[in-house]
Design a protein around this ligand. Structure first.
Ligand code: NDP
Ligand code: HSE
Length: 426
């Protein structure tokens, strides 16, 4: 039987999942591909680390050339993470006419255009299904099964770590730091978890999906992002009382000649399908002009789900079904203006001095800025401090910013504690 030789850059969480699935499903893979997938070499930083994989020590190396410049290697699988040296290794592997499979969203979101160009020029494939949504086949679904559609919206939960953290903060009442530690222990978090909790990871992913769906590369500086570090237990409690849960949402919408991408924590109504997506699970909603709404749901992080997506790409290449350069995603010709309007409902929480006229004064400022209020909640706290919670009707973010600028100058406002987007009920 023909052998397909694989070189793996990295042997951490995802690569271990990949190797374990290759061994668990060896017979199925043989019968589906008609080929034997064989791991030739594995690049690591530390040769002496104990690893949860059944691989002979002789396969490990600290020299990337043993993979990238190894004429026996057909497919290079990049599972190191980060931009450098991953970019250099992937570029050189493609230039050496090796197919590349990667789960690295940071790399694809920043250098995808250049790397795809090199892959096409060299007649090889660059595949990155695992870079978005872990085990969910989102990229393949969009490029193949739903390719008849003009997409107008891509949105959902695309970061497993923050979804795990918010779920645990909500259900067990634990603090952010403790939940981050748990997500790291379970292998969901990035090597530097600030990429998850500050929203960068979700920004990479929505930029990649926007390219797949709308055919236009979006610079990461064009994706306004807000992470979850400022989400307090108080906001989670108010969300619950008002009938919501807080989720980190990434969205990309196309309207007329505009595209708008955003990553931000959002109040999701408890009746909304995204409210039931918990822990490391992800869910992405696609809206296509023929198919309507499609929602894909599954584990968005972790060794085995992500390993499954990586191996799916390897198998596609091994079967030869994806070995034609012409199958690379083609940019569409129409260009859209990237905007940042933030048209939405908003939750605004502030601490004010508890005395007559304060609520009326603030409501008046909102009114002057064309902000209509959907609900207001006022609580007594202590020492004459009253927390005030507003939920607005839909409005552009600039109106909120302008109103709050004026609210901040009002002496009876002690603190504007939170501003969070609110999703409509379906
Ligand atoms: P890990 O940190 O667990 O593993 C990284 C591996 O790469 C380690 O084996 C490390 O070696 C090796 N490595 C890193 N830098 C170098 C270097 N300069 N030279 C040689 N080896 C190096 O990462 P993950 O498996 O979690 O993630 C891998 C990729 O997959 C990332 O791009 C991540 O964003 C992506 N991803 C991760 C998911 C997850 O659930 N974890 C899900 C989806 C995508 P050593 O072991 O010796 O230290
Ligand atoms: N750190 C990422 C997450 C891994 O938590 O979603 C999957 O891409």
């Amino acid at each position: 039987m023909e052998k397909v030789r694989i070189g793996i850059l990295g042997m951490g969480t995802v690569a271990s999942g990949l190797v374990n699935i290759m061994s668990m499903n060896r017979d199925i893979i043989h019968s589906r591909t008609g080929k034997i997938l064989e791991i030739d070499k594995v690049l690591v930083k530390n040769l002496h680390k104990n690893r949860d994989v059944d691989l002979d020590q002789s396969k490990f190396t600290t020299d990337a050339n043993e993979i990238i410049n190894n004429e026996n290697v057909d497919i290079v699988v990049e599972l190191m993470g980060g931009i450098e040296p991953a970019f250099e290794y992937v570029r050189d592997a493609l230039l050496n006419k090796k197919h590349v499979v990667t789960a690295n969203k940071a790399l694809i979101a920043t250098h995808g255009e250049e790397l795809e160009g090199i892959a096409v020029e060299n007649g090889v494939r660059l595949m990155y299904e695992a870079s978005v949504g872990g085990g969910i086949p989102i990229i393949n679904t969009m490029t193949n099964n739903l390719s008849a559609n003009d997409f107008t919206e891509i949105s959902g939960i695309v970061n497993g770590t923050t979804n795990y953290i918010l779920t645990q903060m909500t259900e067990r009442g634990i603090e952010l730091d403790e939940a981050v530690k748990e997500a790291q222990e379970m292998g969901f978090a990035e090597a530097d978890p600030s990429s998850d909790i500050e929203g960068d990871d979700a920004a990479y992913k929505i930029a990649i999906l926007s390219y797949i769906g709308f055919g236009q590369r979006i610079g990461l500086n064009e994706v306004p992002k807000e992470g979850i570090t400022h989400i307090s237990r108080e906001d989670i409690k108010y969300a619950d009382e008002l009938g919501y849960v807080i989720k980190l949402i990434a969205s990309s919408q196309k309207r007329e000649n505009e595209i708008e991408l955003r990553v931000h924590p959002t109040f999701i109504p408890k009746t909304h399908p995204l409210a039931t997506v918990k822990n490391e699970y992800n869910a992405v909603m696609l809206r296509g002009n023929a198919v309507g709404e499609v929602m894909l749901y599954g584990k968005g992080a972790g060794a085995m789900p992500t390993g499954s997506a990586v191996l799916g790409d390897i198998i596609a290449i091994a079967k030869g079904i994806s070995s034609e350069a012409k199958e690379a995603i083609q940019p569409l010709t129409k260009r859209y203006q990237v905007v940042n309007k933030g048209y939405s409902q908003y939750y605004i929480r502030m601490d004010v001095v508890d005395k007559p006229g304060v609520l009326g004064y603030i409501s008046n400022i909102f009114g002057k800025n064309n902000i209509s209020l959907a609900s207001v909640v006022q609580r007594y706290k202590h020492d004459l401090v009253a927390p005030l919670v507003f939920i607005t009707h839909e409005v552009e973010r600039k109106n909120i910013n302008e109103a709050l600028q004026e609210v901040r100058t009002y002496g009876n406002v002690l603190k504007i504690a939170s501003i969070i987007t609110v999703e409509k009920s379906l």
